[in-house]
Design a protein. Structure first.
Lengths: 84, 84
């Protein structure tokens, strides 16, 4: 199980932090034309529901990972609405 | 627990299918300039690791959700490399 936990943790770090370079790029360039509004609307809603799921299960890993992702994906969504 | 399972399932459907409009937009426009290569490189790697985690745990929901996401996010990555 230790290998699985290591792989799962690395997966969580990667899929969570992956949005940082996208937030940075949009913030820097103010260009969002090629980014799909529908994708970020659905994705951010989905992450908010994952967060609710984590709260209902009192699962800290789900809560923390989805708080960070909500902040990052939500930032892309807001910047898309602002600059799009 | 039924409410939590409903919310978790809806969350999984939304965060998985969210990439469909992005794949469609890039496929249609061939424009990927505003999409971060680093984001999709990290995200696709992370999803591949989630898939490995699902296989190690023999968890079909994790396997199925991450197979679909890997296909979709991987498509955006390939189109970014092709048209970027």
């Amino acid at each position: 199980m230790q290998v699985a936990e290591l792989i799962g943790s690395l997966a969580a770090v990667l899929t969570t932090t992956a949005f940082i370079p996208q937030v940075w790029q949009v913030w820097r360039t103010k260009h969002t034309k090629d980014i799909s509004l529908a994708m970020y609307a659905f994705f951010t809603t989905g992450v908010a529901l994952w967060l609710a799921y984590g709260v209902l299960l009192a699962s800290w890993p789900i809560i923390i990972a989805n708080c960070i992702t909500l902040l990052l994906a939500g930032s892309v969504l807001i910047l898309k609405l602002k600059f799009g």
